[in-house]
Design a protein around this ligand. Structure first.
Ligand SMILES: Cc1cc2nc3c(=O)[nH]c(=O)nc-3n(C[C@H](O)[C@H](O)[C@H](O)COP(=O)(O)OP(=O)(O)OC[C@H]3O[C@@H](n4cnc5c(N)ncnc54)[C@H](O)[C@@H]3O)c2cc1C
Length: 452
C-alpha cells in the first residue's frame, strides 16, 4: 500500500507519523515537499552559534497536542516554559502594559485599559453593557466592526490589533469573529446582552497552568524526531501538481498511483490540487487568503538593558515599520542563559507585504531603528539573521467557518482523500497537530471501509 502526503509542514509530518503508527511498517508513505526542507513555517536557524526558532517559537501549552506528541517522541526534556513576563504595547509613542483580563485584546472591563486609551473610550467601555446589542445567532462579522462599534477605535488599534497581528499577521478588519474567537461567537449566539458580557463568558477559566510552551533547542528538534518516527520517504524539491481519482485509489502528479492521499499544503495550493477532483472544495479553499511576514533575529550584547517584559507589540497607526518585538532573552529563561541578548522583530501584516521586498540590510536597519525607538536604547547588534515567510499564515476572514465546512463536506464522500493544515481549525501548532492526526484517522477509516 502506498500513501502520499503532499506538503511537509507540521500538519503533513504529523499525518505521516500517525499513518505509520496506525498502519504499521508495511505501508509506503511518501511525503512530497516542494521546498528543499521539511517543516514549512517551522524553522530553527542559528544565531550567535546557537539554535533559534525563526518561525513559530511557542505553542499554547493549555492544549495537549504538542506536549503529548513531544512525550511520544521522547522529547519531554525539550519542554521549556516562558518566564511569565507580560508584554508591553507601544501606542501614542510610549510603552504601556498590555491590558489584562481580555479575550484577544477585547476587554472584559474598562479598568484594564486605563492609561492606554483616553477617558472618552474608558467611559464607552464602562457603559457598553447599558447599550443594547443586536446579534443574529449564527452571524459573522469582522472583529474591527464588532469591537469598534461597541468599544471604540482606540481599543481596536491599541489592544486588539497588536494581538491579532501576532497570531494571524492580520488586522482586525480582515479577521472574522466566528473563526478567530469561537467562544465569543458562541456567547453572542446564546444571547449575551452586551459585548462585555459575551467576553466575560468567553474568556478561559482562570488557571495557574502555564499558557505557553516551547522547545529548548527549537522546533527543529520536533521536526527531526517526527520525521524519523514517521519513517516516510521524504522527497524534497518536488511539488505535487494535481490529484485525480482512479477506480482503485488516486493518482498524484508527479508521483503516480497511490491508495490514499493527504493534502497538507496552504489553502491556495489545495485549491489548485483539487481543481478537477473536487471543484466545490477547491473553490472554498481558493477563498482563503494568506498573509506574509518577515522576521529579523538580533543578537545584542548581553548587558543591553532591554525592558523586563516578554515583548513589545506595536499599535496600529504608529510610525514604526516593525509590528512586534519578542524580547526572547526576557521571555524564555533558557535563552536568558546565553552569551548574547536575543530579540526577534516581526514585520508585515495582511494587505501590507512591502517588508518582504526589502533587502536583508533594510530589514535589519529597520529592526534596529524601531527597537531603539521603543526601548530608548542605542542598539548595536553583534549578529542578525533574516527570515521571510511569504504566505505564511492563512487569514480567518468573516465566513471562514462556512468556507471550511463547505470544503470538508465536499471532500467527505471522497474515500482515501484527506486535508490538513493551518487554514482549517486553528493556525497554531497544536491545531495543526490535531489536523494532521484527524487527516490520518480519516484515511485509516476509509482504507478500512474499502478493505484495502
Ligand atoms: C512567523 C510565524 C510565526 C508563528 N508563530 C507561531 C507560534 O509562536 N506558535 C504557534 O502555535 N504558531 C505559530 N505560527 C503558526 C504555525 O507555525 C503555522 O500555522 C503552522 O506551522 C503551519 O503548519 P502547516 O503544516 O499547516 O503549513 P506549512 O508550514 O505552511 O506547511 C505547508 C508545506 O507545504 C509545502 N508545499 C506547498 N505547496 C506544495 C506543493 N504543491 N507540493 C508539495 N509541497 C508543497 C510548503 O513548502 C510547506 O512546507 C507562526 C507562523 C508564522 C508564519
Amino acid at each position: 500500500m502506498r500513501i502520499a502526503v503532499i506538503g511537509g509542514g507540521i500538519s503533513g509530518l504529523v499525518a505521516a507519523y500517525r499513518l505509520r503508527q496506525k498502519l504499521g511498517d508495511e505501508v509506503d508513505i511518501v511525503v512530497l515537499e516542494q521546498s528543499e526542507r521539511v517543516g514549512g513555517v517551522l524553522r530553527t536557524g542559528e544565531l550567535a552559534g546557537e539554535p533559534l526558532d525563526l518561525g513559530a517559537e511557542a505553542f499554547v501549552g493549555r492544549r495537549p497536542e504538542v506536549i503529548e506528541l513531544m512525550g511520544e517522541l521522547g522529547l519531554d526534556d525539550q519542554l521549556v516554559r516562558p518566564a511569565g513576563k507580560r508584554p508591553l504595547v507601544w501606542a501614542q509613542g510610549a510603552p504601556h502594559p498590555l491590558p489584562g483580563r481580555t479575550l484577544m485584546g477585547i476587554p472584559s472591563d474598562a479598568e484594564s485599559l486605563r492609561g492606554l486609551v483616553d477617558d472618552a473610550t474608558l467611559t464607552q467601555v464602562a457603559t457598553e453593557p447599558e447599550r443594547s446589542l443586536s446579534w443574529e445567532p449564527g452571524a459573522d462579522v469582522d472583529v474591527q466592526t464588532l469591537v469598534g462599534e461597541r468599544f471604540g477605535r482606540q481599543v481596536v488599534e491599541r489592544s486588539v490589533d497588536p494581538l491579532l497581528g501576532g497570531v494571524y499577521a492580520g488586522i482586525s478588519a480582515g479577521i472574522g469573529v466566528r473563526a478567530a474567537l469561537p467562544t465569543l461567537a458562541t456567547a453572542l449566539d446564546r444571547g449575551a446582552t452586551s459585548l462585555t458580557e459575551a467576553v466575560r463568558e468567553a474568556m478561559p477559566a482562570p488557571s495557574t497552568a502555564p499558557v505557553f510552551g516551547g522547545l529548548r533547542d527549537g522546533y527543529g528538534a520536533l521536526l527531526t524526531a517526527l520525521t524519523a518516527a514517521a519513517g516516510a520517504r521524504v522527497v524534497t524539491s518536488m511539488a505535487g501538481t494535481r490529484v485525480a481519482r482512479t477506480p482503485r485509489g488516486w493518482v498524484v502528479d508527479p508521483l503516480g498511483a497511490v491508495d490514499a492521499v493527504v493534502l497538507a499544503t496552504p489553502a491556495p495550493v489545495i485549491a489548485r490540487l483539487l481543481h478537477y477532483a473536487a471543484p466545490v472544495a477547491a473553490e472554498a479553499a481558493a477563498g482563503i487568503e494568506l498573509s506574509s511576514s518577515a522576521l529579523v533575529a538580533l543578537a545584542l550584547p548581553r548587558d543591553t538593558a532591554l525592558p523586563d517584559n516578554s515583548g513589545i507589540l506595536v499599535a496600529t497607526g504608529e510610525p514604526l515599520r516593525a509590528k512586534a518585538f519578542t524580547l526572547s532573552s526576557r521571555k524564555w529563561p533558557h535563552l536568558a542563559e546565553r552569551d548574547v541578548a536575543l530579540v526577534r522583530a516581526s514585520f508585515g501584516r495582511f494587505g501590507d507585504e512591502s517588508p518582504l521586498t526589502w533587502s536583508d540590510d533594510e530589514l535589519i536597519a529597520a529592526a534596529v531603528a524601531d527597537l531603539s525607538t521603543v526601548t530608548g536604547l542605542p542598539i548595536t547588534p553583534l549578529e542578525a539573521v533574516v527570515q521571510r515567510w511569504p504566505g505564511g499564515l492563512p487569514q480567518y476572514a468573516p465566513g471562514h467557518t462556512e468556507r471550511v465546512a463547505t470544503l470538508e463536506s465536499a471532500i467527505a464522500p471522497l474515500d482515501g482523500l484527506a486535508v490538513a493544515g493551518a487554514y482549517l481549525h486553528g493556525v497554531g501548532v497544536p491545531a495543526c497537530v490535531a489536523a494532521g492526526t484527524a487527516a490520518a484517522d480519516r484515511i485509516v477509516t476509509s482504507l478500512g471501509t474499502r478493505g484495502v
